[in-house]
Design a protein. Sequence first.
Length: 456
Amino acid sequence: MNERDSEQVAHSLMERGYERVAREAEADVVLLNTCSVRDMADQKALGKMGMLGRMAKERPHVVFGFLGCMAQARGAALLKNLPHVDLVVGTQKFHRVADYVDQLIARKAARPAAPPHQNRAMDDLRFSIVDVAEEAGSQSTIRDQQLAPRQATAFVSIVQGCNMHCTFCIVPQTRGAERSRSIDEIVSEVRDLVSRGVKEITLLGQIVNLYGRHEFPKIDNKSPFVQLLEAVHAVDGLERLRFTSPHPIGFRDDLIDAISRLPKVAEHVHLPLQSGSNKILKAMHRAYTAEKYVDLVRRIRRARNGIAITTDIIVGFPGETEADYKQTRGLVEEIQFDNAFVFRYSPRRGTPAAEMPDQIDERTKEERNHDLLRVVNESNRRSLERLVGRDVEVLCEGPSKTNPARLMGRTRTNKIVVFPRKLSGTREGDGEIVGKLVDVRIERANGFSLYGAPVL
């Protein structure tokens, strides 16, 4: 979601004539789009902006700004210890950034430079722009994309905000209440992307499968989200359709049925679990039990042969006893996820969980985190090794990040595959492969990736 928001801001600036540069030292505008889900994300953003302060002294004309969730949560307080920050823009104002940047650049150009012995003239909090207000219709402003050459995949934002109020989560405060775009708007954006060469679309929402539940009616007993899946699925030229992240309570019969009958929907569901203990799930306000979750996984697997299930899990939530943790560990072993993101609980100011008794010490969190990762990594290894010797469909995305001499892509089950740049025995170079579907015979599995050779 943050990537998609960043793309929108970049697009709006490039429309004004700005250009991307490779290094911060060459930039006239440096904006950090911030996450706030965990404290580590906050600290990384603050540390990075602090380091940029040195650049601000040498290049006082440069505009520095915070965007996104941390900006929304902290607002003008971010200026207190970082006086070189010119701009703080919240999550409903990304479409205003280009205007604000233009204003700031014009103001800086009009102001006299400070003498060398003084602080730079721009270190004046009255000069900075802070906008974290709500804005009606902001969900429909994340709609323009700057595509790279032969870009094969794209994210499409369909709903912003969240009404669930999980006790550990700050998102309702930073992203606001649920607000959905219309099906026609979304389909129009998808059609445009596909016409420009995109083969795979991922629909984005904080709780993506609750899309439109307050704005749009059910039709033929189908939820708005299933109606949207059907409409996007019908776009000619689209090869694959994904969505993230759903909530277990949004997986009703109509969605499971859609997964079984819409072939473009990829065989991968990311289904956040958070805990395998009913006591902890209740304290988290997750609105399902471990038993219901396991049953849901069974139903999804029955609906689509070979579907991959991945998840999110929090360890060390307040009040989590060793027995509670063991229930989570046991459930993870039972389900055998293809992969999982395991997080240590991070208190977020203003959330109910931060004030709960029986906070867990960091050492215990760390031990449970490492222990659960071992279980997850083992099930991930098995899921990869099952593919060795098989031919799989891979959408080639471009050079591998770890080895640019090779190409990488993803299977329909969202597993990374690395393979040679050139098709052996053909005259095709990698330029013809990037952005296309390629059958790859898997030769080995290593860590979190698969390695193979294209099948001629």
